[in-house]
Structure formats: structure tokens, C-alpha cells
Design a binder for this molecule. Structure first.
Ligand code: AMP
Ligand code: TRP
Length: 335
């Protein structure tokens, strides 16, 4: 059986990169699969989070997922800390994964920067927790943006080593699902940097909560070059900003890149930016409005998360019981 699992951190504003790389695909997948979507608050605290802001962000991200079209009845939506099985399995995976594997993780290197000695132990062990998130449900497919590929390879390595070490065929070898025309959305200010929540410039990203005027202004200010748009992908050579904006346009207007290029090739940026703003406002506008409505009812959101966590745990607990048994822990299932 296929089981979809994915996670998103409740840190700051969701942006267009999260939408095109992840959330939009999550919405599509719900029609065909059993899906579990997790707001990963345990991952968020690997770097400092103000407690009140963390609570607000958790509710906001949940509201965004629902506003984007994920049905919380059909799917399971919950926050990670409400199911203790993630942390428990992560500890076991801390003892399966090797230091050498984690040392290769580029996200840790980027996030820890020059102050490696000052980074939390949690930030270092982050990918083990991510593997536990997925494998606590025996997740088979994980829809994510391009930047999570390396972490998912580690998840496969952990599953494989666990299965080998204990001579079992227990955990699945999870497949990443990196879907669509914009799997790595770049900053609007710099075509070589990923669009990210942590970029100090708000002009670098389009947030779920931006209104039509803000979206139009950010796109107008987006960095470009003086040439008209190319008609073929080969024309993006040395033009990362053009490639990024057309990729976003293709993804938002539901076209393959070639079709989008056929439509916009030869146009000036000024004209193209207007088309891009319109399609962006058309997609994100209604999501932002619905999100604001949902956030105004935090009790409703909390109830969804709580119920989601109960449903999640009903799946993970029997799997964890088996893991306890395989590892050799004395536990209630022992005969
Ligand atoms: P995060 O905000 O880091 O929790 O990421 C949540 C999801 O959004 C993950 O699946 C990421 O791969 C995806 N994502 C984040 N930033 C981008 C981006 N700039 N382009 C495409 N996908 C992204
Ligand atoms: N590390 C992911 C990110 O930053 C979030 C995440 C945590 C995740 N656990 C996961 C994604 C499990 C997919 C599956 O984007």
C-alpha cells in the first residue's frame, strides 16, 4: 500500500516556494492516496523559536494547508509534538545513522554556517528525526521540494541499515516525489539563492499572506536582465532570474515549461511581469483570504490538530511496538 507523508516547519510565513515545491502537490495527491501531513514543530526548535510565535505559526501553517485545499477529514493533519512516537523512533535512528552520513548533509552546513560549534545537537540530528517522521508510518512516498532530496536519501539509508542490522524486511525504502515545473523556486532578488523564509529581505519572496498590491509590487521589483524572454529553455543559459520567473509562471498557470515559453517567448519583462502578477494573485489571493478567516478561529484549528494527532498515533503506535520488539526492548507485547 502506498502511504504519503510530508512535513513543513512552522517557522514564519509560508511562501511561493513552499506552495509550488510542496503544498500544491500535497493537495493533488489527496485524491489518490492516504496522506499524512505534519507541521513539524520539533524540527522548528532545532533553532531558537519564541514560544508564543511558535504557537501562532503552528496554527497559521495549519490554516494555510487547509486554505490551500487539503481536506483535514480525508487526510491527517497534525503537529509533530502531539505524537510522541516521532521522538521515540528518532532516538533509535540516532543509534542507526552514522556520524559520517550526517556530516555530509548540506542543509546542516548551510544552517550552522561558521558557528558549527554553537549549533544545537538537534540541528545536527535533524535528518534522523525526519526519517522517523516518515518511517513511524511506513511512509512510501514523500512529496517535497528539491532541497529535501539529500535528507530523503538519508532516510532510505537508515531504513536499509535498520533492516540489515536486525535481519528484517520491516521499513520501506521511501521514494521522494519531486513534482511540477518549479521544484526549486529561487529568490526574486537573486536567481542563485533559494526562496526562503529566512531571507532578511521580504522582497525576495511572495508570502501566502501578501495581498494583490504587495504581490504586484514584489514582482515589479524582481530582478531581471535587459533581454526579451527566450522561446526555448536553452535561452535561459546565464539567465537564472528569467528561468526562475518563467518556471513560476508555468507552474502557476498549470502548463509545461515548453508551453509557457511558447506563450511568453519574445516578450519584454515589463509585459511578462504583468501576466505573472495576475496569475499569482489569482492563485494565492483566495488562499490568503481563507487563511485569515481560519486563523481567526484558533480553537477550531487546535481541534483539527488534536484529532489529527490521535489518528496519526493510531497508525504509528502498532509500528513502534513492532520496532521495540525487533530492537529487543522488553515491552507489553512480549510473550
Ligand atoms: P520548509 O519551509 O523548509 O519546512 O519546507 C517545506 C516544504 O517546502 C519542503 O518540501 C521544501 O522542499 C519546500 N520548499 C521550501 N522552499 C522551497 C523553494 N524555494 N522551492 C521549492 N520548494 C521549497
Ligand atoms: N525537513 C523538511 C523541510 O525543511 C520538513 C520535514 C520534516 C519533512 N519532516 C519531514 C518533510 C518528513 C518530509 C517528510 O522542508
Amino acid at each position: 500500500m502506498n502511504r504519503i507523508f510530508s512535513g513543513i516547519q512552522p517557522t514564519g510565513n509560508l511562501h511561493l516556494g513552499n506552495y509550488l515545491g510542496a503544498v500544491r502537490n500535497w493537495v493533488d495527491l489527496q485524491h489518490d492516496y492516504e496522506c499524512i501531513y505534519c507541521v513539524v514543530d520539533l524540527h522548528a526548535i532545532t533553532v531558537w523559536q519564541d514560544p508564543a510565535e511558535l504557537r501562532d505559526s503552528t496554527r497559521e501553517v495549519t490554516a494555510a494547508l487547509i486554505a490551500a485545499g487539503i481536506d483535514p477529514e480525508k487526510n491527517i493533519i497534525f503537529n509533530q509534538s502531539q505524537n510522541p512516537d516521532h521522538a521515540q523512533l528518532a532516538w533509535i535512528f540516532n543509534c542507526v545513522a552514522r556520524l559520517g552520513w550526517l556530516n555530509r548533509m548540506t542543509q546542516f552546513k548551510e544552517k550552522a554556517g561558521k558557528h558549527r560549534e554553537n549549533a544545537s545537537v538537534g540541528l545536527y540530528a535533524y535528518p534522523n528525526l525526519m526519517a522517523a517522521d516518515i518511517l513511524a508510518y511506513k511512509g512510501t512516498h514523500v512529496p517535497v521540494g528539491e532541497d529535501q532530496k539529500q535528507h530523503l536519501e538519508l532516510c532510505r539509508d537508515i531504513a536499509q541499515k535498520f533492516n540489515n542490522d536486525f535481519a528484517v524486511d520491516f521499513f520501506p525504502i521511501t521514494e521522494p516525489l519531486i513534482l511540477g515545473e518549479a521544484t526549486r523556486v529561487m529568490s526574486l532578488r537573486d536567481g542563485s539563492a533559494k526562496m526562503s523564509k529566512s531571507d532578511p529581505s521580504d522582497y525576495s519572496r511572495i508570502n501566502f499572506t501578501d495581498g494583490p498590491d504587495e504581490i504586484a509590487l514584489k514582482i515589479r521589483k524582481a530582478r531581471t536582465d535587459p533581454e526579451p524572454l527566450p522561446s526555448e529553455a536553452a535561452g535561459f543559459e546565464g539567465r537564472p532570474e528569467a528561468a526562475n520567473l518563467v518556471g513560476i509562471y508555468a507552474a502557476l498557470s498549470g502548463q509545461a515549461l515548453d508551453a509557457a515559453l511558447a506563450e511568453v517567448g519574445g516578450r519584454q519583462f515589463s509585459e511578462f511581469k504583468k501576466m505573472l502578477s495576475d496569475v499569482c494573485v489569482g492563485v494565492l489571493g483566495p488562499i490568503g483570504t481563507e487563511m485569515r478567516r481560519l486563523v481567526a478561529e484558533p480553537h477550531h484549528i487546535d481541534a483539527i490538530l488534536h484529532r489529527g494527532a490521535e489518528r496519526a498515533r493510531a497508525i504509528s503506535r502498532p509500528i513502534l511496538d513492532e520496532v521495540m520488539d525487533i530492537v529487543g526492548f522488553v515491552h507489553p507485547l512480549d510473550d
